[in-house]
Ligand binder design. Structure first.
Ligand code: HEC
Ligand code: HEC
Ligand code: HEC
Ligand code: HEC
Ligand code: HEC
Ligand code: HEC
Ligand code: HEC
Ligand code: HEC
Ligand code: HEC
Ligand code: HEC
Length: 306
């Protein structure tokens, strides 16, 4: 009997806490999803039954045995689902959009109740600040497939907010983001637990050489900027210069290397070669001779020439 009383008190406390925080219903509906579906039976809402959230045999999921079904995410909805006097407003329920009665933090908290292990404890400090971005800005819960997790559609989801990066990927030379080969998350960690590390691997270079292993080194003859930061020469989101270079050679190279020593005449201001283009600048330009710009393992590969 005493245990029962204790239990009731806890339940009461919890409900009060819930209703205070969320400013809405305090009771769960008695029949769960059946109640909700008596009004919300459109195709979009029903699509949740095609997702991993609706696997009845998964006890951890919202529709697992003993779980709260719709209300595992939408919170208690007894009075929202109940009868409403004519002219009166239907009590609000916890929802996932900007006009919702729930703050973004509370919305995320609802998902994190089950997903703190997937998303990580550092969500609060991440690249995507927890008070600005909701899980549902990227994830769609009422859809058979979650667009942000699909190679073919992820770029559009991210591009909704990151238009500059999306547009860059359409430039002449870029990563194959639009032909189902790669995603933004091939390079980025979206659940990053630290805003200073937005890359999928420990460092920027680690991320690049994950796929471009032949650039990893170590080389007998290193080219200092390569092991430092691929981004010194490459625009990872895309570029109009071949090889996704930030600038074309020789300008690229001459950003760091003095022209003295080589009779290298840079491009004129009109971007065309000057009247007497030197052999140093034709075709592959500096790479005519310094072909191993990422480093060389050849015994006589000093000056990055073979
Ligand atoms: C008697 C009909 C009825 C039942 C039962 C019902 N709802 Fe609703 N619900 C509505 C109506 C009408 C609206 C739209 C009007 C509004 O926003 O108040 C709505 C709106 C919503 C919204 C959007 C809220 C927003 O802020 O945009 C959600 C989410 C929702 N219902 C979930 C549920 C869940 C979960 C249940 C079961 C616990 C449920 N509803 C039961 C009628 C119902
Ligand atoms: C895994 C958590 C989760 C579960 C379980 C869930 N929903 Fe939702 N619901 C959401 C999210 C998130 C949204 C926002 C749109 C989206 O992501 O698809 C939403 C949107 C809605 C909307 C549209 C409200 C709007 O924003 O216009 C309704 C209605 C709704 N849900 C009803 C239900 C009903 C009924 C059930 C049970 C059959 C249910 N939901 C189960 C997370 C959930
Ligand atoms: C009651 C616990 C619970 C809640 C609340 C919950 N989830 Fe889940 N979620 C699960 C389980 C269980 C799975 C299945 C995991 C698996 O199969 O490995 C899952 C799977 C997922 C997946 C992966 C689905 C896939 O197709 O790969 C995403 C994304 C996700 N949840 C997002 C959310 C979001 C966003 C919310 C809040 C709107 C939410 N979840 C709320 C338990 C929950
Ligand atoms: C900026 C977009 C974005 C936001 C915001 C976001 N996610 Fe994700 N999430 C993704 C992507 C993309 C994936 C696919 C995995 C990948 O490619 O890294 C994913 C995967 C998942 C998965 C599948 C398991 C896994 O870790 O691979 C779960 C669960 C999940 N997210 C939950 C959440 C929850 C909970 C929140 C809110 C606290 C959230 N996500 C916020 C983009 C996002
Ligand atoms: C709803 C809008 C929204 C969506 C969708 C979104 N982001 Fe973001 N993203 C933001 C905001 C806001 C920031 C915070 C920094 C800022 O203001 O630029 C951010 C920051 C980032 C950063 C770190 C930038 C920095 O300067 O530190 C990266 C990387 C990033 N997002 C990648 C992604 C990827 C990849 C996706 C898709 C999986 C995605 N984002 C989806 C809004 C969004
Ligand atoms: C080939 C790897 C790669 C891919 C794919 C990629 N990024 Fe990036 N992204 C980077 C690098 C490298 C940076 C610079 C990070 C740094 O300087 O620390 C960056 C930076 C960012 C930033 C921060 C602002 C900026 O431009 O410096 C955002 C936002 C971003 N990326 C979003 C995206 C989105 C959205 C996509 C998908 C359309 C995407 N990225 C695809 C490598 C990539
Ligand atoms: C997830 C794998 C992956 C990651 C991570 C990755 N790349 Fe790539 N990269 C590719 C693929 C795939 C191609 C296209 C290869 C092809 O078309 O043959 C490519 C092509 C390139 C090219 C040649 C483009 C051209 O037009 O010739 C450059 C340069 C490049 N990547 C640089 C980088 C840099 C720098 C990074 C790190 C910021 C990076 N990549 C990260 C997969 C990746
Ligand atoms: C000093 C400038 C510089 C740095 C730093 C640099 N690259 Fe390059 N990269 C180039 C040049 C120049 C080309 C040749 C472009 C062309 O073919 O037009 C190139 C081409 C590439 C290519 C495509 C052709 C090939 O050789 O496979 C890839 C992939 C590539 N770089 C990856 C990387 C990665 C990964 C890093 C960091 C570990 C990196 N680069 C650092 C200058 C640089
Ligand atoms: C971000 C600056 C930077 C850029 C851009 C750059 N380099 Fe370098 N390069 C260096 C540094 C630093 C060294 C090492 C100098 C030293 O050890 O004295 C170096 C060394 C070299 C060497 C001499 C190697 C040796 O063994 O002595 C050659 C050749 C070279 N770079 C060619 C190029 C070419 C060609 C390009 C354009 C594709 C280029 N560099 C772009 C910074 C750069
Ligand atoms: C026709 C072949 C050729 C071309 C084209 C060429 N170089 Fe060289 N470069 C050489 C040779 C040969 C050496 C070695 C000179 C020596 O050891 O005295 C060298 C040496 C260097 C060095 C090492 C430092 C030094 O002066 O010894 C740098 C840096 C360098 N080149 C940068 C460049 C840049 C930048 C370009 C493009 C503007 C370029 N090279 C174009 C042949 C070439």
């Amino acid at each position: 009997m005493r245990i029962f009383a204790l239990l009731m008190a806890t339940v009461l406390l919890l409900t009060v806490a819930v209703s205070n925080v969320r400013g809405q219903d305090s009771e769960y509906s008695r029949k769960g999803a059946d109640t909700c579906l008596s009004c919300h039976d459109n195709a979009t809402t029903l699509a949740i039954f095609k997702t991993k959230h609706a696997v009845p045999s998964d006890a951890r999921g919202p529709f697992g045995h003993g779980q709260l079904q719709c209300e595992a995410c939408h919170g208690p909805g007894d009075s929202h689902a109940g009868r409403v006097r004519r002219g009166a407003e239907r009590p609000a329920i916890f929802a996932f959009h900007p006009g919702s009665v729930a703050s973004i933090e509370a919305q995320n908290g609802m998902c994190l109740d089950c997903h703190s292990n997937d998303v990580g404890f550092g969500w609060h400090n991440g690249a995507h600040p927890s008070d600005e971005l909701a899980c549902s800005d990227c994830h769609t819960s009422h859809a058979a497939v979650d667009a942000v997790q699909q190679v073919a559609t992820q770029v559009e989801v991210c591009g909704n907010c990151h238009q500059r990066q999306r547009n860059d990927t359409l430039k002449a030379f870029g990563h194959p983001l639009f032909d189902d080969k790669m995603t933004c998350t091939g390079c980025h960690s979206t659940h990053a637990d630290d805003a200073s590390n937005i890359m999928a691997r420990q460092t920027l270079n680690d991320t690049c050489v994950d796929c471009h292993a032949e650039k990893r080194g170590p080389f007998l003859w290193e080219h200092a900027p390569v092991s430092e930061d691929c981004g010194l020469c490459h625009a990872a989101h895309g570029s109009n210069h071949s090889g996704m270079l930030t600038k074309r050679a020789p300008l690229l190279c001459q950003g760091c290397h003095a022209q003295a020593g080589h009779p290298s005449i840079a491009y004129g201001t009109d971007g065309l070669a000057s009247d007497l283009p030197s052999q140093y600048l034709l075709g592959q330009s500096c790479m005519n001779c310094h072909s191993q710009v990422h480093g060389s393992n050849h015994l006589s590969g000093s000056k990055l020439m073979r």
